[in-house]
Design a protein around this ligand. Structure first.
Ligand SMILES: NC(=O)C1=CN([C@@H]2O[C@H](COP(=O)(O)OP(=O)(O)OC[C@H]3O[C@@H](n4cnc5c(N)ncnc54)[C@H](OP(=O)(O)O)[C@@H]3O)[C@@H](O)[C@H]2O)[C@@H](O)CC1
Ligand SMILES: Nc1ncnc2c1ncn2[C@@H]1O[C@H](COP(=O)(O)OP(=O)(O)O)[C@@H](O)[C@H]1O
Ligand SMILES: [K+]
Length: 502
């Protein structure tokens, strides 16, 4: 699903109004009805609503929601800061439509707000949405600060006020700290990035019937990965297939004290459906791998504690994954340099393989095209140099992928796949239980297993991040986020495949 910029959202709005056709006021009514339907499913009429409105269309939504909730028996109070700003026509119309019985408090300064908001109440933020043009100051900033201190549930309409939808918000700006954000039609880019996403809380997309004629043709480099798209990528196994049908993968890594990393990758590659798996480890890993992953074949380096060379001919493998637990010894770096000189099957590079690449510009330039790299933000910035903010990091991602013709999975709460052609795909599965050592090693195994089965690099990245996160979500339902550990991720991978195929 494509993500739209604030400017594209306005175009979608205007296109829908012109081509459905529908009046702007009726479109606002449709958006507000979608909000109310969501709210009524979650809260009963005993819950009081405190609705704060700006003077644009986000405020218009707030007023329409106030009327609709009131008409359905909810206790609603409205608060309108008076800053002398222009009123949008739909705001004015909804103000006229507001039933007399609803209490409206006009606020010129904070002293006008003698208000106790009970913890059981809900605060709705309708100050600003996609029309924010500058950081909030003055009365709006003071009101946001007041609301952010309340115990009540804070819900943002469309976007937390003060947050830019698709540009960095200057640090220190006043931003509504939402518990929940109910956004229209499409998630906003800011929701998916760590600094801005921290203000959004749980977000839900409410469809409001924006025109398909616009949505299907609009160009956007940003997309979110949703279940339908993932389902269509999964290839069923065929009855007369055999282990050769599903590829032979090689996973290389492990070093003294870090054999767990490559062991978990191996488990994950197998659970991802690869036909045959060989694991290349230093001598010290032989017994460990043979005992803990009996399904895998094991070849060892003559060096006891870390890898120093790769087999000359790797062409019998359909994918080679390198990095988990590898370490950064100089002879491991040289082995990688040697490796890049040969004809190679598709590569997945993670962890210390990335750190070795980062430390050696020459090595980076030899990176075989169509490789998949899976850095977390620190590993990523070792490769590209520091990012000023999350949006700049996306620019760095775009140029790195283009320069090296590779696919990079920038890992995080919404892992982002960058492609050589400049697209970004954000994952929507996963949870903070996965912030635990070894989670990334499991992802490397999944990607290697998928790529060996013949999935294209983009398909493997999309399926890999989605299934990895889904396994985390299914594991968290049983184990809880706190107790989730990386080995749960491959244990629940089978259930994730099954759920994704439904
Ligand atoms: N298609 C959809 O998705 C639909 C969207 N809908 C809703 O419309 C919302 C967008 O509405 P909107 O364009 O009127 O913008 P909104 O955010 O209300 O504010 C603009 C006003 O605020 C002002 N202003 C800006 N920054 C400011 C600041 N820092 N401090 C003070 N003032 C500031 C700005 O003034 P200006 O920049 O011109 O000086 C202007 O007057 C959207 O989020 C959704 O809720 C639905 O109703 C229907 C379908
Ligand atoms: N808060 C979170 N929400 C969702 N996924 C997360 C979260 N934190 C971490 N993850 C996922 O867990 C994995 C962590 O990878 P990484 O940092 O490389 O771990 P390790 O090096 O310990 O294996 C990534 O795939 C990341 O997307
Ligand atoms: K808002």
């Amino acid at each position: 699903m494509k993500i739209l910029t604030a400017a594209q959202t306005r175009e979608a709005d205007a296109f829908t109004i012109a081509h459905e056709p529908i009046s702007s006021l009726d479109l606002m009514e449709r958006a507000s009805s979608a909000l109310v339907q969501w709210l009524e499913q979650k809260y009963d009429p005993a819950v009081p609503f405190f609705i704060f409105c700006g003077t644009g269309n986000n405020g218009g939504d707030g007023l329409a929601v106030a009327r609709l909730l009131h008409n359905n028996g909810y206790d609603v109070q409205v608060f309108l800061p008076e800053t002398g700003q222009n009123l949008s026509p739909d705001f004015s119309q909804n103000l006229e439509r507001l039933p007399q019985a609803i209490s409206v408090t006009r606020i010129q300064d904070m002293e006008d707000l003698a208000l106790e908001i009970p913890a059981s109440g809900v605060v709705l933020d309708g100050f600003f949405g996609s029309g924010l043009s500058r950081p909030l100051t003055g009365l709006y900033a003071q009101l946001i600060e007041f609301l952010n201190q309340q115990q009540a549930t804070r819900i943002a309409i469309d976007l937390p006020s003060g947050l830019f939808a698709d540009a960095p918000t200057p640090p220190g700006s006043a931003i509504f700290q939402a518990d929940i954000t109910l956004t229209f039609e499409r998630p906003k880019l800011a929701f998916l990035l760590p600094a801005s996403g921290a203000y959004v809380g749980d977000w839900h997309v409410l469809p409001i019937g924006l025109h398909e004629g616009y949505l299907s043709q609009v160009e956007s480099p940003y997309q979110v990965l949703l279940p339908q798209a993932i389902k269509s990528l999964l290839r069923p196994r065929s009855k007369f297939s055999h282990k050769g049908t599903y590829g032979h993968a090689l996973l290389a890594g492990g070093s003294y004290g870090k054999m767990g990393a490559i062991t978990m990758s191996a488990q994950a590659a197998l659970r991802a459906g690869v036909g045959l798996l060989t694991v290349l480890v230093p001598e010290i890993g032989y017994g460990i791998l043979q005992t803990s992953v009996p399904e895998a074949m094991v070849v060892t380096d003559e060096q006891e504690q870390h890898l120093t060379r790769f087999p000359e001919d790797l062409t019998k493998y359909q994918c080679v994954g390198i990095g988990p637990g590898l370490g950064q010894a100089e002879d491991s770096r040289m082995a990688l340099e040697q490796l890049f000189r040969h004809k190679l099957p598709p590569l997945v590079l993670d962890a210390d393989a990335l750190n070795l690449l980062a430390a050696d510009r020459f090595l980076r330039q030899q990176l075989p095209p169509n490789s998949i790299l899976t850095p977390h933000p620190k590993e990523f910035e070792r490769l590209t140099g520091p990012a000023i903010d999350d949006f700049h990091r996306l620019q760095l991602l775009q140029s790195f992928c283009a320069e090296h013709s590779c696919y990079v999975i920038l890992k995080g709460a919404h892992s982002c796949i960058g492609t050589p052609s400049g697209e970004f795909f954000f994952n929507t599965t996963g949870n903070s239980g996965m912030a635990t050592g070894g989670s990334g090693d499991v992802l490397t195994g999944i990607l290697t297993g998928l790529r060996a089965q013949g999935y294209s690099p983009l398909e493997a990245c999309q399926l890999g991040v989605y299934l990895h996160g889904l396994a985390g979500d299914l594991a968290a339902e049983v184990e809880g986020e706190t107790s989730l550990i990386a080995s749960d991720l491959y244990k629940y991978l089978g259930a994730a495949f099954q759920k994704a195929a439904k």
